[in-house]
Ligand binder design. Sequence first.
Ligand SMILES: NC(=O)c1ccc[n+]([C@@H]2O[C@H](COP(=O)([O-])OP(=O)(O)OC[C@H]3O[C@@H](n4cnc5c(N)ncnc54)[C@H](OP(=O)(O)O)[C@@H]3O)[C@@H](O)[C@H]2O)c1
Length: 291
Amino acid sequence: MMSRLTDRIVVIGASGQLGSDLMRVFADLPAAGVDHASVDIEQPSAIAGMLSDFEPTLVVNTAAYHNVERCELHPERAFAVNTVAVENLAAQCGDAGSALLHVSTDYVFNGRTTSPYTEDAAPDPLNLYGISKFAGELALRHRLERNFIVRTSGLYGVRGSSTKGHTFIERMLSQAAEGRAIRVVNDTTCSPSYTLHVARAIRAIAESEAFGTYHVTNSGHCSWYEFASEIFAQARITPELLSVNSDAFPSPVRRPRFSALRGAALARIGLPPLPDWRDGIADYLAERVTR
Ligand SMILES: NC(=O)c1ccc[n+]([C@@H]2O[C@H](COP(=O)([O-])OP(=O)(O)OC[C@H]3O[C@@H](n4cnc5c(N)ncnc54)[C@H](OP(=O)(O)O)[C@@H]3O)[C@@H](O)[C@H]2O)c1
């Protein structure tokens, strides 16, 4: 029988918000998940052990050092996890005959645009998180031909992120429950994405076996203020929601003002766009109440 890329999958960062949804989406496939405690990608020997234990046809890397403020304060940590470890992982995957699907970010772009970035747009990151992730992409392509790079944006999942704590949606709902006025920025736009939808698209990309770079987000884009308004509309609650400029939240970190992504590469291989960002919220809210 012909072997396929999805014959034996290992997901790194399997207890994270995207990683845990990937494990759900891969449930009917021979897929193993490893968490940070069992495989630290900064340790070359841990990667070697994982590759020899599982002999994966495909490794999916969701692990990252992605707290943007912390990356700025600890660039050595950002580069260790987002660049050096990815380079090593790619090199070892190459030696072991495994392909690698690596998750990257909209923050590789500078945001000085008004229309969504497609995969052929030139990266120009504004902060050390984006720089270290873009360097990781370059190192990966340099080391390993059989690669997928999946850039996504504004992730939220039922699992939540251990680094960032609550998802944006949970933060909005809990602030509303406290009854206080909520200020949300209106001048920063992205394509917020539900991790279960992203995970399904990642599976379809892996199954296509068409290596390359993909933008994978819920369709369309919105400002964080529009995102918050839609969350409250769907949750049928009416807190006091104030639209503010990002000057209201001074930060030492520069962020792209417009980092919406569009999946032109998905269309090229015949895959449908992901559901609209509003449907991402709807599916997330529905799943959240049934848990
Ligand atoms: N979150 C977003 O809004 C967003 C937007 C665009 C792109 N992305 C990218 O999407 C990917 C997944 O993000 P996510 O939100 O799902 O993150 P997450 O929930 O924080 O999951 C990442 C997982 O990786 C693990 N990890 C961290 N460092 C590791 C290491 N050195 N070795 C092994 N595992 C390690 C973490 O474990 P511990 O928590 O135990 O350390 C965590 O379980 C990342 O590559 C990120 O750059 C995220």
